[in-house]
Design a protein around this ligand. Sequence first.
Ligand code: PHE
Ligand code: NA
Length: 453
Amino acid sequence: MTQTKKSIHGEWSSRFAFILAATGSAVGLGNIWKFPYIAGENGGGAFVIVYLLCILLIGLPIMIAESLIGRRGRQSPINTMSDLADEANADPRWHYVGWLGVIAGFLILSYYSVIAGWGLSYVFKAFFGGFSGADGTTIKDTFSGLMNSPPQQIFWHSIFMLATMLVVSKGVAGGLEKAVRFLMPGLFTILMLLVAYAMTTGAYEQGINFLFNPDFSKITGQAVLTAMGHAFFTLSLGMGAIMVYGSYLPNSISITRTSILIAGADTAVALLAGIAIFPIVFANNLEIAAGPGLIFQTLPIAFGNMTGGWLFGILFFVLLVFAALSSSISLIEPAVAWLVENKAVDRKKACVWAGLATWVIGLGTVFSFNVWSDFKIFDRTIFDLLDYLTANLLLPIGGFCVAVFAGWIMKPEDSEHELRSSRPIHYQIWWFLVRYVSPAAVFLVFLNVVGVL
Ligand code: PHE
Ligand code: NA
Protein backbone atom coordinates (compact mmCIF):
# COMPACT_ATOMS: atom_id res chain seq x y z
CA MET A 1 0.00 0.00 0.00
CA THR A 2 1.89 3.02 -1.14
CA GLN A 3 -0.88 5.57 -1.23
CA THR A 4 -0.38 8.51 1.08
CA LYS A 5 -2.39 10.33 3.71
CA LYS A 6 -2.89 13.92 4.80
CA SER A 7 -2.68 15.22 8.36
CA ILE A 8 -5.66 16.72 10.20
CA HIS A 9 -3.40 19.23 11.98
CA GLY A 10 -2.33 20.91 8.73
CA GLU A 11 0.79 20.71 6.68
CA TRP A 12 3.99 22.73 6.33
CA SER A 13 3.77 25.38 3.66
CA SER A 14 7.04 24.29 2.04
CA ARG A 15 10.19 22.26 2.37
CA PHE A 16 11.78 25.33 3.90
CA ALA A 17 9.09 25.51 6.57
CA PHE A 18 9.78 21.95 7.66
CA ILE A 19 13.52 22.55 7.69
CA LEU A 20 12.97 25.63 9.84
CA ALA A 21 10.72 23.85 12.29
CA ALA A 22 12.85 20.73 12.56
CA THR A 23 16.03 22.79 12.87
CA GLY A 24 14.22 24.86 15.48
CA SER A 25 13.48 21.67 17.37
CA ALA A 26 17.00 20.33 17.06
CA VAL A 27 19.02 23.45 17.81
CA GLY A 28 18.46 24.46 21.39
CA LEU A 29 19.84 24.24 24.89
CA GLY A 30 21.28 20.86 23.94
CA ASN A 31 23.81 22.52 21.66
CA ILE A 32 24.77 25.61 23.62
CA TRP A 33 24.16 24.66 27.22
CA LYS A 34 24.47 20.88 27.39
CA PHE A 35 27.07 19.89 24.81
CA PRO A 36 29.87 22.06 26.24
CA TYR A 37 29.29 20.99 29.82
CA ILE A 38 29.13 17.26 29.11
CA ALA A 39 32.18 17.56 26.86
CA GLY A 40 33.90 19.28 29.80
CA GLU A 41 32.85 16.59 32.26
CA ASN A 42 33.90 13.75 29.98
CA GLY A 43 37.38 14.88 29.09
CA GLY A 44 36.86 16.63 25.72
CA GLY A 45 38.31 15.33 22.44
CA ALA A 46 37.65 11.60 22.64
CA PHE A 47 34.14 12.23 23.89
CA VAL A 48 33.52 14.64 21.01
CA ILE A 49 34.65 12.05 18.46
CA VAL A 50 32.36 9.40 19.91
CA TYR A 51 29.55 11.93 19.85
CA LEU A 52 30.18 12.79 16.19
CA LEU A 53 30.24 9.10 15.27
CA CYS A 54 26.93 8.62 17.07
CA ILE A 55 25.39 11.50 15.11
CA LEU A 56 26.51 9.96 11.82
CA LEU A 57 25.83 6.26 12.39
CA ILE A 58 22.89 6.38 14.79
CA GLY A 59 21.35 9.85 14.81
CA LEU A 60 21.11 10.56 11.10
CA PRO A 61 19.62 7.18 10.06
CA ILE A 62 17.10 7.36 12.90
CA MET A 63 16.19 10.94 12.02
CA ILE A 64 15.38 9.77 8.49
CA ALA A 65 13.43 6.82 9.90
CA GLU A 66 11.39 9.00 12.26
CA SER A 67 10.54 11.52 9.55
CA LEU A 68 9.38 8.89 7.10
CA ILE A 69 7.35 7.01 9.70
CA GLY A 70 5.69 10.31 10.63
CA ARG A 71 4.92 11.20 7.05
CA ARG A 72 3.43 7.75 6.36
CA GLY A 73 1.29 7.80 9.48
CA ARG A 74 0.24 11.45 9.38
CA GLN A 75 -0.93 11.49 13.01
CA SER A 76 0.42 11.85 16.53
CA PRO A 77 3.25 9.37 17.14
CA ILE A 78 1.00 7.13 19.26
CA ASN A 79 -1.65 6.75 16.56
CA THR A 80 0.89 6.68 13.75
CA MET A 81 2.72 3.76 15.35
CA SER A 82 -0.46 1.80 15.94
CA ASP A 83 -1.71 2.39 12.37
CA LEU A 84 1.56 1.49 10.70
CA ALA A 85 1.92 -1.60 12.90
CA ASP A 86 -1.56 -2.56 11.84
CA GLU A 87 -0.73 -2.04 8.15
CA ALA A 88 2.32 -4.26 8.55
CA ASN A 89 0.32 -6.91 10.45
CA ALA A 90 2.67 -6.36 13.37
CA ASP A 91 2.05 -6.44 17.12
CA PRO A 92 -0.30 -3.59 18.13
CA ARG A 93 1.94 -2.93 21.12
CA TRP A 94 4.25 -0.94 18.85
CA HIS A 95 2.20 2.11 19.78
CA TYR A 96 3.80 2.01 23.22
CA VAL A 97 6.79 3.56 21.48
CA GLY A 98 4.59 6.60 20.97
CA TRP A 99 3.66 6.59 24.65
CA LEU A 100 7.25 6.30 25.69
CA GLY A 101 7.93 9.40 23.63
CA VAL A 102 5.13 11.40 25.20
CA ILE A 103 6.48 10.58 28.67
CA ALA A 104 10.05 11.38 27.66
CA GLY A 105 8.88 14.70 26.19
CA PHE A 106 7.13 15.68 29.42
CA LEU A 107 10.08 14.81 31.58
CA ILE A 108 12.58 16.60 29.34
CA LEU A 109 10.45 19.71 29.06
CA SER A 110 10.08 19.86 32.85
CA TYR A 111 13.80 20.58 33.30
CA TYR A 112 14.35 22.17 29.91
CA SER A 113 11.98 24.94 30.90
CA VAL A 114 13.88 25.60 34.13
CA ILE A 115 17.18 25.95 32.28
CA ALA A 116 15.55 28.13 29.62
CA GLY A 117 14.32 30.20 32.57
CA TRP A 118 17.94 30.70 33.68
CA GLY A 119 18.61 31.98 30.15
CA LEU A 120 15.65 34.33 30.39
CA SER A 121 16.88 35.77 33.66
CA TYR A 122 20.27 36.34 32.01
CA VAL A 123 18.64 38.49 29.33
CA PHE A 124 17.77 40.91 32.10
CA LYS A 125 21.08 40.58 33.90
CA ALA A 126 22.78 41.45 30.61
CA PHE A 127 20.43 44.35 29.99
CA PHE A 128 21.08 45.94 33.39
CA GLY A 129 24.81 45.81 32.81
CA GLY A 130 25.43 42.97 35.24
CA PHE A 131 28.37 41.59 33.27
CA SER A 132 30.22 44.75 32.36
CA GLY A 133 33.90 44.43 33.25
CA ALA A 134 33.15 41.41 35.43
CA ASP A 135 35.73 38.74 36.24
CA GLY A 136 35.27 35.02 36.82
CA THR A 137 34.48 35.35 40.52
CA THR A 138 31.79 38.00 40.10
CA ILE A 139 30.13 36.00 37.34
CA LYS A 140 30.22 32.88 39.48
CA ASP A 141 28.54 34.74 42.33
CA THR A 142 25.83 35.99 39.99
CA PHE A 143 25.10 32.43 38.98
CA SER A 144 25.12 31.13 42.58
CA GLY A 145 22.68 33.87 43.47
CA LEU A 146 20.22 32.54 40.92
CA MET A 147 20.83 28.91 41.96
CA ASN A 148 20.15 29.69 45.60
CA SER A 149 16.86 31.42 44.89
CA PRO A 150 13.88 29.11 44.24
CA PRO A 151 11.47 32.06 43.84
CA GLN A 152 13.56 33.59 41.03
CA GLN A 153 13.96 30.28 39.23
CA ILE A 154 10.26 29.44 39.61
CA PHE A 155 9.35 32.86 38.28
CA TRP A 156 11.40 32.47 35.08
CA HIS A 157 10.41 28.82 34.68
CA SER A 158 6.77 29.91 34.82
CA ILE A 159 7.26 32.62 32.19
CA PHE A 160 8.97 30.17 29.86
CA MET A 161 6.28 27.50 30.33
CA LEU A 162 3.57 30.08 29.64
CA ALA A 163 5.33 31.14 26.46
CA THR A 164 5.54 27.52 25.33
CA MET A 165 1.85 26.93 25.99
CA LEU A 166 0.94 30.11 24.16
CA VAL A 167 2.90 29.20 21.04
CA VAL A 168 1.71 25.59 20.92
CA SER A 169 -1.92 26.54 21.39
CA LYS A 170 -1.73 28.59 18.20
CA GLY A 171 -0.96 25.54 16.04
CA VAL A 172 2.03 24.15 14.21
CA ALA A 173 2.66 26.68 11.50
CA GLY A 174 2.45 29.74 13.75
CA GLY A 175 4.84 32.58 14.31
CA LEU A 176 7.71 30.42 15.41
CA GLU A 177 8.27 29.09 11.93
CA LYS A 178 9.00 32.68 10.98
CA ALA A 179 11.10 33.40 14.04
CA VAL A 180 13.47 30.52 13.29
CA ARG A 181 14.36 32.30 10.04
CA PHE A 182 16.12 35.00 12.08
CA LEU A 183 17.17 32.69 14.86
CA MET A 184 19.69 30.57 12.98
CA PRO A 185 21.61 33.34 11.21
CA GLY A 186 21.51 35.34 14.46
CA LEU A 187 22.89 32.48 16.54
CA PHE A 188 25.61 31.75 14.01
CA THR A 189 26.68 35.41 13.95
CA ILE A 190 26.94 35.80 17.71
CA LEU A 191 28.69 32.46 18.11
CA MET A 192 31.25 33.57 15.51
CA LEU A 193 31.79 36.80 17.45
CA LEU A 194 32.30 34.77 20.61
CA VAL A 195 34.79 32.55 18.82
CA ALA A 196 36.60 35.70 17.69
CA TYR A 197 36.70 36.86 21.31
CA ALA A 198 37.95 33.43 22.40
CA MET A 199 40.89 33.90 20.01
CA THR A 200 41.97 36.98 21.95
CA THR A 201 42.02 35.28 25.34
CA GLY A 202 45.42 33.70 24.84
CA ALA A 203 44.04 30.26 25.59
CA TYR A 204 42.43 29.59 22.23
CA GLU A 205 44.80 26.80 21.30
CA GLN A 206 44.39 25.17 24.66
CA GLY A 207 40.62 25.23 24.23
CA ILE A 208 40.76 23.77 20.73
CA ASN A 209 43.17 21.12 21.93
CA PHE A 210 40.86 20.11 24.72
CA LEU A 211 37.91 19.85 22.36
CA PHE A 212 39.50 18.09 19.42
CA ASN A 213 42.62 16.31 20.60
CA PRO A 214 41.38 12.88 21.64
CA ASP A 215 42.73 11.11 24.69
CA PHE A 216 40.96 7.78 24.52
CA SER A 217 42.05 6.77 27.99
CA LYS A 218 39.35 9.17 29.26
CA ILE A 219 36.58 7.17 27.61
CA THR A 220 34.48 5.00 29.88
CA GLY A 221 31.31 3.05 29.11
CA GLN A 222 29.32 5.78 30.84
CA ALA A 223 30.98 8.43 28.68
CA VAL A 224 30.02 6.54 25.53
CA LEU A 225 26.44 6.23 26.82
CA THR A 226 26.37 9.97 27.53
CA ALA A 227 27.69 10.75 24.03
CA MET A 228 25.13 8.46 22.41
CA GLY A 229 22.30 9.76 24.58
CA HIS A 230 23.26 13.28 23.65
CA ALA A 231 23.18 12.43 19.94
CA PHE A 232 19.50 11.54 20.42
CA PHE A 233 18.82 14.53 22.63
CA THR A 234 20.45 17.09 20.38
CA LEU A 235 18.72 15.85 17.21
CA SER A 236 15.36 15.62 19.05
CA LEU A 237 15.15 11.88 18.37
CA GLY A 238 13.58 8.94 20.12
CA MET A 239 10.52 10.70 21.52
CA GLY A 240 8.36 11.52 18.52
CA ALA A 241 9.22 15.20 18.00
CA ILE A 242 10.67 14.63 14.56
CA MET A 243 7.98 12.04 13.86
CA VAL A 244 5.21 14.52 14.61
CA TYR A 245 6.91 17.19 12.48
CA GLY A 246 7.38 14.61 9.72
CA SER A 247 3.65 13.99 9.83
CA TYR A 248 3.09 17.55 8.64
CA LEU A 249 5.61 17.12 5.80
CA PRO A 250 4.41 17.36 2.19
CA ASN A 251 4.96 14.24 0.12
CA SER A 252 7.23 15.77 -2.50
CA ILE A 253 10.11 16.54 -0.16
CA SER A 254 13.38 14.61 0.08
CA ILE A 255 13.70 13.36 3.63
CA THR A 256 17.35 12.34 3.32
CA ARG A 257 18.53 15.73 2.11
CA THR A 258 16.59 17.70 4.72
CA SER A 259 17.81 15.39 7.50
CA ILE A 260 21.45 15.86 6.52
CA LEU A 261 20.96 19.61 6.49
CA ILE A 262 19.34 19.65 9.94
CA ALA A 263 21.90 17.36 11.55
CA GLY A 264 24.69 19.42 9.96
CA ALA A 265 23.35 22.72 11.30
CA ASP A 266 22.84 21.21 14.73
CA THR A 267 26.38 19.86 14.89
CA ALA A 268 27.85 23.16 13.70
CA VAL A 269 26.11 25.14 16.44
CA ALA A 270 27.28 22.72 19.14
CA LEU A 271 30.91 22.77 17.98
CA LEU A 272 30.93 26.57 17.70
CA ALA A 273 29.58 26.84 21.23
CA GLY A 274 32.34 24.55 22.46
CA ILE A 275 35.03 26.48 20.57
CA ALA A 276 33.80 29.72 22.11
CA ILE A 277 33.56 28.44 25.67
CA PHE A 278 36.67 26.37 26.41
CA PRO A 279 39.28 29.06 25.73
CA ILE A 280 37.40 31.27 28.20
CA VAL A 281 37.50 28.45 30.74
CA PHE A 282 41.28 28.07 30.42
CA ALA A 283 42.06 31.77 30.24
CA ASN A 284 40.20 32.47 33.47
CA ASN A 285 41.20 29.32 35.33
CA LEU A 286 37.60 28.22 35.60
CA GLU A 287 36.49 24.72 36.40
CA ILE A 288 36.15 22.66 33.23
CA ALA A 289 33.72 20.20 34.79
CA ALA A 290 31.50 22.96 36.19
CA GLY A 291 28.38 21.08 35.03
CA PRO A 292 25.08 22.73 34.12
CA GLY A 293 26.35 26.18 35.12
CA LEU A 294 29.21 26.17 32.61
CA ILE A 295 27.85 28.56 29.96
CA PHE A 296 26.39 30.87 32.58
CA GLN A 297 29.79 31.18 34.25
CA THR A 298 31.88 31.60 31.10
CA LEU A 299 30.11 33.51 28.35
CA PRO A 300 29.18 36.50 30.56
CA ILE A 301 32.93 37.06 31.02
CA ALA A 302 33.24 37.41 27.25
CA PHE A 303 30.29 39.80 27.07
CA GLY A 304 31.63 41.78 30.00
CA ASN A 305 34.97 42.35 28.34
CA MET A 306 34.44 42.52 24.57
CA THR A 307 33.57 45.58 22.51
CA GLY A 308 29.83 45.82 22.08
CA GLY A 309 29.47 43.14 24.75
CA TRP A 310 26.45 44.76 26.38
CA LEU A 311 24.39 44.46 23.19
CA PHE A 312 25.74 41.07 22.16
CA GLY A 313 25.11 39.70 25.63
CA ILE A 314 21.46 40.69 25.49
CA LEU A 315 21.10 39.39 21.94
CA PHE A 316 22.79 36.11 22.78
CA PHE A 317 20.51 35.28 25.67
CA VAL A 318 17.44 36.38 23.71
CA LEU A 319 18.47 34.02 20.91
CA LEU A 320 19.17 31.24 23.40
CA VAL A 321 15.67 31.60 24.81
CA PHE A 322 14.13 31.55 21.33
CA ALA A 323 16.18 28.50 20.41
CA ALA A 324 14.89 26.85 23.58
CA LEU A 325 11.33 27.87 22.76
CA SER A 326 11.46 26.38 19.27
CA SER A 327 12.62 23.14 20.92
CA SER A 328 10.19 23.16 23.81
CA ILE A 329 7.17 23.37 21.52
CA SER A 330 8.32 20.17 19.84
CA LEU A 331 8.73 18.47 23.21
CA ILE A 332 5.08 19.00 24.02
CA GLU A 333 3.59 18.67 20.51
CA PRO A 334 3.36 14.83 20.47
CA ALA A 335 1.26 14.92 23.65
CA VAL A 336 -0.91 17.77 22.42
CA ALA A 337 -1.52 16.17 19.02
CA TRP A 338 -2.58 12.96 20.76
CA LEU A 339 -4.92 14.75 23.18
CA VAL A 340 -6.55 16.55 20.26
CA GLU A 341 -6.97 13.34 18.25
CA ASN A 342 -8.15 11.01 21.01
CA LYS A 343 -9.65 13.01 23.81
CA ALA A 344 -11.64 15.42 21.65
CA VAL A 345 -10.24 18.40 23.57
CA ASP A 346 -9.32 21.52 21.66
CA ARG A 347 -5.72 22.57 21.22
CA LYS A 348 -5.91 25.27 23.88
CA LYS A 349 -7.16 22.97 26.62
CA ALA A 350 -4.67 20.29 25.63
CA CYS A 351 -1.87 22.86 25.98
CA VAL A 352 -3.03 24.09 29.37
CA TRP A 353 -3.15 20.59 30.85
CA ALA A 354 0.09 19.40 29.34
CA GLY A 355 1.81 22.67 30.33
CA LEU A 356 0.57 22.62 33.93
CA ALA A 357 1.70 19.04 34.45
CA THR A 358 5.16 19.82 33.12
CA TRP A 359 5.45 22.97 35.19
CA VAL A 360 4.80 21.04 38.41
CA ILE A 361 7.43 18.38 37.60
CA GLY A 362 9.84 21.23 36.81
CA LEU A 363 9.77 22.35 40.44
CA GLY A 364 11.75 19.21 41.25
CA THR A 365 14.55 20.52 39.05
CA VAL A 366 14.43 23.99 40.60
CA PHE A 367 14.84 22.50 44.08
CA SER A 368 17.66 20.21 42.91
CA PHE A 369 19.92 23.26 42.85
CA ASN A 370 19.09 24.49 46.36
CA VAL A 371 16.76 23.11 49.05
CA TRP A 372 16.80 19.55 47.76
CA SER A 373 20.40 19.46 46.59
CA ASP A 374 21.17 16.76 49.14
CA PHE A 375 18.13 14.69 48.29
CA LYS A 376 19.49 11.92 46.07
CA ILE A 377 18.02 8.86 44.42
CA PHE A 378 20.60 6.46 42.97
CA ASP A 379 23.17 9.05 43.97
CA ARG A 380 21.54 11.69 41.74
CA THR A 381 19.54 14.86 42.35
CA ILE A 382 16.09 15.02 40.76
CA PHE A 383 17.50 17.06 37.88
CA ASP A 384 20.37 14.62 37.30
CA LEU A 385 17.98 11.71 37.51
CA LEU A 386 15.53 13.21 34.99
CA ASP A 387 18.39 14.05 32.65
CA TYR A 388 19.91 10.58 32.92
CA LEU A 389 16.59 8.77 32.61
CA THR A 390 15.51 10.70 29.52
CA ALA A 391 18.70 11.31 27.54
CA ASN A 392 20.56 8.13 28.40
CA LEU A 393 17.69 5.64 28.60
CA LEU A 394 14.30 6.71 27.23
CA LEU A 395 15.52 8.42 24.05
CA PRO A 396 17.95 5.65 23.05
CA ILE A 397 15.27 3.01 23.77
CA GLY A 398 12.73 4.98 21.72
CA GLY A 399 15.25 5.45 18.93
CA PHE A 400 16.17 1.77 18.97
CA CYS A 401 12.50 0.87 18.53
CA VAL A 402 12.13 3.38 15.68
CA ALA A 403 15.14 1.88 13.90
CA VAL A 404 13.87 -1.68 14.34
CA PHE A 405 10.40 -0.63 13.20
CA ALA A 406 11.65 1.14 10.07
CA GLY A 407 14.22 -1.51 9.24
CA TRP A 408 12.44 -4.74 10.09
CA ILE A 409 8.71 -4.21 10.58
CA MET A 410 7.59 -1.69 7.96
CA LYS A 411 7.33 -3.07 4.48
CA PRO A 412 10.45 -2.15 2.50
CA GLU A 413 8.26 -0.90 -0.37
CA ASP A 414 6.78 1.66 2.01
CA SER A 415 10.03 3.10 3.28
CA GLU A 416 11.42 3.02 -0.22
CA HIS A 417 8.38 4.90 -1.44
CA GLU A 418 8.86 7.60 1.21
CA LEU A 419 12.51 7.99 0.22
CA ARG A 420 11.81 7.82 -3.51
CA SER A 421 13.28 11.25 -4.19
CA SER A 422 16.62 10.18 -2.69
CA ARG A 423 19.28 8.57 -4.83
CA PRO A 424 19.06 4.75 -4.75
CA ILE A 425 22.51 4.53 -3.22
CA HIS A 426 21.43 6.83 -0.37
CA TYR A 427 18.43 4.65 0.22
CA GLN A 428 20.63 1.57 0.37
CA ILE A 429 23.10 3.12 2.79
CA TRP A 430 20.24 4.25 5.01
CA TRP A 431 18.62 0.81 4.86
CA PHE A 432 21.82 -0.89 5.93
CA LEU A 433 22.47 1.57 8.76
CA VAL A 434 18.95 1.57 10.15
CA ARG A 435 18.59 -2.21 9.93
CA TYR A 436 21.93 -3.29 11.34
CA VAL A 437 24.29 -0.56 12.46
CA SER A 438 22.12 1.81 14.51
CA PRO A 439 20.15 -0.76 16.52
CA ALA A 440 23.23 -2.89 17.12
CA ALA A 441 25.23 0.13 18.28
CA VAL A 442 22.57 1.19 20.77
CA PHE A 443 22.27 -2.36 22.03
CA LEU A 444 26.02 -2.80 22.48
CA VAL A 445 26.35 0.45 24.40
CA PHE A 446 23.60 -0.70 26.75
CA LEU A 447 25.21 -4.10 27.21
CA ASN A 448 28.46 -2.40 28.03
CA VAL A 449 26.88 -0.14 30.62
CA VAL A 450 25.13 -2.95 32.44
CA GLY A 451 28.43 -4.76 32.49
CA VAL A 452 27.63 -7.68 30.19
CA LEU A 453 30.19 -6.61 27.64
N1 PHE B 1 17.10 18.93 20.48
C1 PHE B 1 16.80 19.85 21.54
C2 PHE B 1 18.09 20.55 21.96
O1 PHE B 1 19.16 20.16 21.56
C3 PHE B 1 16.15 19.19 22.70
C4 PHE B 1 15.02 18.27 22.35
C5 PHE B 1 15.09 16.94 22.67
C6 PHE B 1 13.91 18.75 21.65
C7 PHE B 1 14.09 16.06 22.31
C8 PHE B 1 12.89 17.88 21.29
C9 PHE B 1 12.99 16.55 21.61
O2 PHE B 1 18.05 21.47 22.71
NA1 NA C 1 20.31 20.11 19.45
